[in-house]
Design a protein. Structure first.
Length: 753
């Protein structure tokens, strides 16, 4: 890849330095001493003010080595989307100037941040702005010696996520809240604060005394401008007119708006290659963005980014490969074609994994959680008005039941939690004469003579008729009160000599199980005293063992092609089972929008905006027979031209007022594709969404002219003004031809379109 020469950069290989390093004073650019550094900026004695600092910015090369000092154009237009995508770092040098007679507290600590609206973010970290990334935290003497920091351009536009484990510039746990795919515009830079100046931990809003808009490069109050947005204005139409070995491209445009310039790209329609003699060298990494060039990451860093940043997958506009679904980045949108893909924006985006999105009504106590997933019992979030608790586990004997209700004495489940501790709980069998009292504490051990008829006693009174409490022996064949039967062979007689009842806690003949009050159609033993099994039509959801839980059970309607699988799990997209609401399901192969089956289990079809394995491109509604991506999802032009490769550039810079361009040196009779590219002052490009195909013609050939006018020529090339037998008219035709040839020879000397 050829590059246009720019300002010379340091090309010697060197190891990348940490985010902020102390360097010997001899290596720093000399700076004048302040006339008198005030104690004011921070408002605290012994602390420097803003004008006591010398802050300079430099460009770096692909290896991070210092290049030239940033100048006026660099501050205004250098940082564009392509340089952010390439991770073209900026180096800052911060030095506290020493003034004669001025002393600072040697123990005072200062913090350096990079970003925008850092003070506002510190005051309200959950508000509109995210906390800025921390470049350095050091005492005053370190700043006197000098600090050098190198940072990714993204940090000028974005802070860190609220769940980042770190805010340090060089810490892998620091996660950016945004990405280079945002259409960010603004100005920012280095911020400095004194974190304990007011005896309050951290930096408060009024602790900042350098606020991103100070630089010593230009000697004024300017931060570094950044612009990631491509032009919003576009031409209304484009045409291409054939000429002799040339084509004239024309376009209609009202006001140029934010367009600063144009270039026309061209290629041979049959081969997809640039025409011989066309193409330009790509602009160098450090070339000034003076409005004459456009920049793309494919041209600026074709071998990959020079540095990177951990980006939150929930970041607005996050697109980790920096590409659209068709492998291009011509529209600046994310893979679903939307600018906003944020949970909480009120737009349901199932393709991004959202099950719901109620916007500001999302919350961990709401039906739609803050993660844009539907609230459910067992998710560890207590739903307002619907759940008494939710501990997120499957233990039914702790302080929260598996149905997300609070434990109560009498619910039939013994609680052994930290808040509720029960000695027993027999549910409806609790009572004063039970082994478990109404208070869920153990009752007294039965004793004949205590005048209380306990379990197993026929009576307990103080008279001769009940001398031994007539202790009943179930199974002796005698029906003795309170027995209602006493025949172990009778299936209607329980082992307690009571009538067999499902739910009495005794496994009687005819019953496969009986858990008493715990019998449930959602439990291991159903209400009919039959063990729960997958396929019985009852959902086993009350189970402490997650392996035994059932998500569904439609009985005979279970199946691998049904809503409920034969394993009693829901048929979900990605399980490899084709459900009734799925067009496809390839399991683990549904892991991307470039697969035959999408992550939503919809077929990847031409026109859906997702580039499938058999598609060269897919721009959704922007597909068309004259568009960059045709209606059959084939590329209208080559990958190189659609990637805006400079090898396909066929014109110089055209000003914003230009409406026509002539491309010469083409071959007559050969078809060529033409693409118009607009770009702004910072060099962010945007291609016109149609490719025009035209064939140059040899206008000097009389025969071709006749054919172009509807075959008005005879077989021998004479004007067909009479029949073959009329020699006189034929002679007139010859004379007319001679005159025409004379005029044609004169015209051929002229340059025609």
């Amino acid at each position: 890849m050829h590059r246009r020469p720019g300002s010379p950069l340091l090309l010697a290989a060197a190891l990348l330095v940490p985010a902020a390093v102390l360097v010997p004073a001899a290596l720093l650019v000399p700076t004048p001493a302040a006339a008198q550094a005030p104690s004011g900026g921070t408002g605290e004695p012994g602390l420097p003010g803003s004008d006591a600092f010398d802050i300079r910015y430099y460009l770096t090369d692909a290896k991070g080595n210092r290049g030239r000092t940033m100048d006026t154009q660099d501050f205004a237009y250098f940082i564009n989307k392509a340089r952010c995508q390439c991770g073209s770092r900026i180096e800052s040098q911060i030095r506290l100037k020493v003034t004669q007679g001025m002393s600072y507290s040697q123990s005072a600590q200062l913090t350096t941040y990079v970003g925008t609206n850092c003070a506002s973010a510190e005051a309200a970290p959950l508000g509109q702005f995210r906390p800025c990334v921390e470049a350095a935290f050091a005492t005053v003497p370190i700043y006197i010696n000098g600090l050098i920091t190198k940072f990714h351009p993204l940090w000028l536009t974005n802070g860190v996520t609220n769940d980042s484990t770190s805010r340090a510039l060089d810490n892998p746990g620091t996660i950016a809240a945004g990405s280079c795919e945002n259409d960010a515009q603004g100005q920012s830079g280095i911020w400095l604060c004194a974190p304990i100046a007011n005896n309050t931990p951290g930096c408060q809003s009024d602790d900042f005394f350098v606020t991103g808009n100070i630089n010593s490069n230009l000697g004024n109050s300017d931060g570094i401008a950044f612009d990631f947005a491509a032009p919003t204005t576009m031409p209304e139409s484009i045409t291409a007119l054939p000429g002799d070995s040339a084509v004239v491209v024309k376009w209609e445009l009202g006001q140029p708006g934010d367009i600063f310039g144009f270039r026309v790209l061209c290629e041979e329609a049959d081969t997809g290659k640039p025409p011989p003699g066309k193409g330009l060298e790509a602009p160098a990494l450090d070339v000034r963005s003076n409005g004459s060039y456009y920049f793309t990451k494919d041209n600026l860093c074709p071998d990959g980014a020079f540095s990177d940043v951990n980006i939150s997958p929930n970041a607005p506009g996050a697109d980790t490969d920096g590409l659209d679904t068709d492998g291009l980045d011509t529209d600046g949108l994310d893979t679903d074609g939307l600018d906003t893909t944020t949970c909480g924006d009120g737009v349901l985006q199932a393709e991004d994994g959202e099950a719901c999105d109620d916007g500001p009504d999302n919350g961990d106590t709401k039906p739609c959680l803050a993660s844009c997933q539907l609230a459910r019992c067992g998710d560890g979030k207590v739903l307002d008005g619907a759940e008494g608790c939710d501990d997120g586990n499957f233990v039914d004997h702790d302080d929260c039941r598996n149905d997300c209700t609070l434990p109560t004495c009498g619910d039939g489940i013994r609680s052994v939690g930290t808040m509720v501790m029960e000695a027993c709980d027999l549910g409806a069998n609790n009572g004063p004469t039970s082994l478990c009292l109404d208070s869920c504490s153990l009752g007294p051990v039965p004793s004949c003579g205590d005048l209380v008829v306990q379990v197993g006693e026929a009576c307990d009174v103080n008279d001769a008729s009940c001398s031994d409490c007539s202790l009943v022996t179930c199974g002796n064949g005698l029906v003795e009160p309170p027995e209602v039967c006493d025949d172990p062979a009778d299936p209607s007689c329980s082992p307690r000599c009571t009538a067999t009842v499902c739910g009495d806690g005794l496994v009687s003949p005819g019953e496969a199980c009986d858990s008493g009050a715990s019998n449930s159609d959602a439990g291991a033993c159903t209400s009919t005293c039959v063990p729960a099994t997958c396929g019985d039509g009852k959902v086993r959801s009350d189970e402490s063992d997650p392996l035994l839980l059932e998500e569904c059970d439609d009985g005979a309607n279970n199946g691998d092609d049904k809503a409920c699988l034969s394993t009693c799990l829901r048929n979900t997209c990605g399980d490899g089972k084709l459900g009734p609401d799925e067009a496809c399901d390839d399991g683990a192969d549904n892991n991307g929008d470039d697969k035959a089956c999408l992550s939503t289990c919809a077929l990847n079809t031409c026109g859906d905006g997702k580039q499938g394995p058999d598609e060269q491109c897919d721009n959704g509604a922007d597909n068309g027979d004259t568009k960059l991506c045709r209606s059959d999802c084939k590329r209208q032009s080559s990958v190189g031209m659609q990637n805006l490769d400079w090898a396909y550039v066929c014109t110089g810079h055209l000003s914003q007022q230009t409406r026509t361009a002539r491309i010469e040196g083409l071959e007559n009779g050969k078809s060529y594709n033409f693409m118009l590219v607009t770009y702004d002052r910072a060099g962010n490009p945007k291609a016109y969404p149609e490719v025009i195909t035209t064939t140059p013609l040899d206008t000097r050939d009389l025969w071709e002219q006749c054919k172009a006018q509807g075959d008005v020529c005879g077989e021998s090339g004479f004007c067909n003004v009479a029949g073959r037998g009329d020699r006189l008219l034929a002679l007139g035709g010859l004379l007319g031809l001679g005159l025409g040839l004379g005029g044609l020879l004169r015209r051929s000397r002229r340059k025609r379109a």
